[in-house]
Write a protein that binds this ligand. Structure first.
Ligand SMILES: Nc1nc2c(ncn2[C@@H]2O[C@H](COP(=O)(O)OP(=O)(O)OP(=O)(O)O)[C@@H](O)[C@H]2O)c(=O)[nH]1
Ligand SMILES: [Mg+2]
Length: 239
């Protein structure tokens, strides 16, 4: 029986995919109850070929892949992975070596230690100094409080982990980065307990960020998040 499915959406991560899977091989060694799902999210580099090679090598956990032919966004990649997931608990994280693989299992253990694991929303909380990016994160927390009346802390921190019953509340999930806000908001609205673990958000080791490459791009990202907070405020449970 699969207890936990971990989804990693990969967009043009071919350069470091081998290292990513090596990390998960170590973190999940002997965990036959855990499923790792690599999503090739419409990459234009050799991510798909790298994923196929890793899957062919096999693993001591359940190892699956999903192929999205054309990129439609981060959230869409995760949603395609969730559609294939068989675990009772579901998780996602990033695939660019910035989020240590062991964090997912630490978070799973923290959720299972709660008296009601089914009623928990597990998430990372980045504790390292991230400079300007950290300020924007705090601003986002403040805006979530002002606009939603809910204090959503460290919205974009990974991993995310929850019981699959939360999916019943996903009516029209967004297909972009906003999926992280959406899942967190849905969980809080459902009255789930938030279980946080401290995590390090490591420097990118290859490739480049798809959004945080300049101040204007960061501001665009913030504006989009702000717009989505407003959308949630106006449409609440309908989406
Ligand atoms: N931007 C983007 N990222 C995607 C997509 N699908 C999957 N991802 C993955 O999402 C993860 C986060 O993307 P990044 O651009 O690194 O964003 P970030 O980690 O929040 O920002 P940085 O700290 O600047 O790297 C990476 O592992 C990507 O491979 C997609 O459609 N768009
Ligand atoms: Mg990144």
């Amino acid at each position: 029986m699969i207890r936990l499915s971990i989804i990693l959406p990969c967009y043009n991560e071919g350069e470091t995919l081998g290292a990513l899977v090596d990390g998960y091989r170590r973190a999940l060694a002997g965990r036959g109850d855990v499923e790792l799902i690599l999503v090739d999210n419409g990459s234009t580099d050799d991510t798909a070929r790298q994923i196929a090679r890793e899957i062919a090598t096999g693993a001591s956990f359940v190892f699956e892949s999903v192929s999205v032919p054309h990129n439609r966004g981060y959230g869409h990649g995760i949603l395609c992975g969730l559609a294939k997931a068989r675990g009772s608990f579901l998780a996602w994280s990033h695939a660019d070596l910035q989020c240590p693989p062991a964090d997912v299992i630490r978070l799973f253990d923290a959720v299972l230690a709660h008296p009601e694991p089914h009623n928990c929303f597990g998430k990372g909380h980045r504790v390292n100094d991230r400079g300007r990016a950290g300020l924007l994160t705090r601003l986002q927390t403040l805006l979530s409080q002002l606009l939603l009346g809910q204090r959503l802390v460290e919205i974009n921190a990974q991993p995310k982990l929850f019981h699959r019953s939360l999916l019943n509340r996903f009516h029209r999930p967004p297909i972009g980065y906003e999926l992280d806000i959406y899942a967190y908001y849905k969980a809080v609205r459902a009255g789930l307990s938030v279980v946080s673990i401290p995590v390090q958000f490591l420097e990118r080791q290859a490739g480049r960020s798809k959004w945080a490459f300049s101040l204007p791009s960061r501001l665009r990202f913030m504006a989009r998040n702000l717009w989505y907070l407003l959308t949630l405020r106006l449409n609440g449970e309908r989406i």
